[in-house]
Ligand binder design. Structure first.
Ligand code: 5GP
Ligand code: MN
Length: 335
């Protein structure tokens, strides 16, 4: 960030700060927002609030102060007022305002300076201060970098550490993807703050309900299709599945990754018939980029190996469209 000194000057004076993150926030979105909130609150100078466009999954209900997050969908007027009064706005874990829907429309015309911290591909330049690193594992890794750049690493504590560790393990699938020696050094420093990694792993990854596990079984047994010719796996979920399994926000998290457990599968697609849209989660192994498919064909984006998007057509049409794309990518999928 070239203009860091300017931001440092802004942060030297008391401010009403709003942190916002993407719709359907995941562990990295919530972890980076809360980590930054605890860090910025520590000086006692600022009044810091988090506004999320939509509700966060239950998995993160243990996180310190998560219950203070203002959810735009639940309290649109209050959220709007808070955003409009902000003197500084942090945008975490997204890189284009359309990822935050209405909240983006509110933020766009505001004069308050905006700070973007993000690791997704192809950032849009809507912010005044940008910390964007597409090689970073997570936005949490970048919040750590930000604290270091500010020269305030001494302020790191267990609470901030737990928040940042959460986003790192969720976005790397417990250190399976986008790791680096730099990341492991950061994690070592987080453990030095007192973070108990085994406790957090259990809270986040070993806390499924029976319903969850049965849903996973259903997906793998009844809803999975393997297209061996294209080294691709697909899982679809219908509206009826949503009802029968009482699927709530966050319940489908992680299911798409199971497809990659098959040796030959290079691309995984999880296609979900949600109330107003058909949501698509894409994952890949190695050099095959699902970001391009998400962006070009499903109005989405993300990372090379993990992207998402949506379709506004019925489920079967969407699945058909996805399958019809595969021959175009066959040479890469079979490489
Ligand atoms: P997931 O499949 O877990 O929802 O998302 C995987 C990655 O793709 C995340 O980094 C997420 O931010 C990104 N992503 C998911 N859905 C969308 C979308 O609709 N638009 C864009 N631009 N990115 C998305
Ligand atoms: Mn992220």
């Amino acid at each position: 960030m070239e203009n860091l000194n300017e931001l440092r000057a802004l942060l030297a004076l008391p401010k009403d700060i709003v942190i916002t993150t993407h719709r359907n926030p995941d562990g990295d979105a919530i972890g980076s927002s809360l980590g930054l909130l605890h860090f910025l609150s520590k000086t006692g100078l600022h009044d810091v609030k988090i506004v999320s466009p939509s509700e966060y999954p239950d998995t993160f209900s243990w996180m310190p102060e998560v219950d203070k997050i203002i959810v735009y969908d639940d309290e649109p007027e209050r959220a709007q007022k808070i955003i409009e009064q902000a003197g500084l706005i942090f945008c975490l874990d997204f890189n284009s305002l359309d990822r935050i829907d209405k909240v983006g429309e509110i933020i766009q015309p505001l004069k308050a300076p905006k700070v973007m911290i993000d690791h997704h591909l192809f950032p849009e330049g809507f912010a005044d201060f940008i910390l964007s690193d597409t090689t970073a594992s997570s936005t949490c890794e970048l919040v750590f970098d930000f604290i270091e750049m500010m020269g305030l690493k001494a302020e790191l504590d267990k609470t901030i550490g737990e928040c940042l560790y959460t986003g790192i393990i969720t976005d790397t699938g417990s250190f399976k993807y986008s790791t680096s020696s730099k990341l492991f050094r950061i994690v070592a420093e987080l453990l030095d703050t007192g973070v108990q990694d085994d406790v957090l792993q259990d809270l986040i990854f070993n806390s499924l309900s029976e319903k969850h596990l049965r849903l996973l079984g259903h997906c793998l047994n009844n809803r999975m299709e393997v297209l061996a010719e294209f080294n691709t796996g697909i899982i679809t979920l219908t509206k009826e599945d949503y009802q029968n399994f009482d699927i709530q926000r966050g319940d489908t998290e992680g299911i798409v990754n199971f497809l990659l457990k098959m040796r030959h599968v290079k691309m995984a697609a999880f296609i979900m018939e949600q109330p107003t849209i058909v949501k698509i989660s894409l994952r890949s192994k190695g050099d095959f980029s699902v970001q391009e498919i998400a962006k070009r064909h499903f109005r989405g984006g993300g990372h090379k190996n993990a992207s998402g998007g949506a379709s506004f057509q019925p489920l079967d049409t969407t699945v058909k469209k996805f399958k019809e794309l595969l021959p175009r990518y066959k040479h890469v999928l079979n490489a």
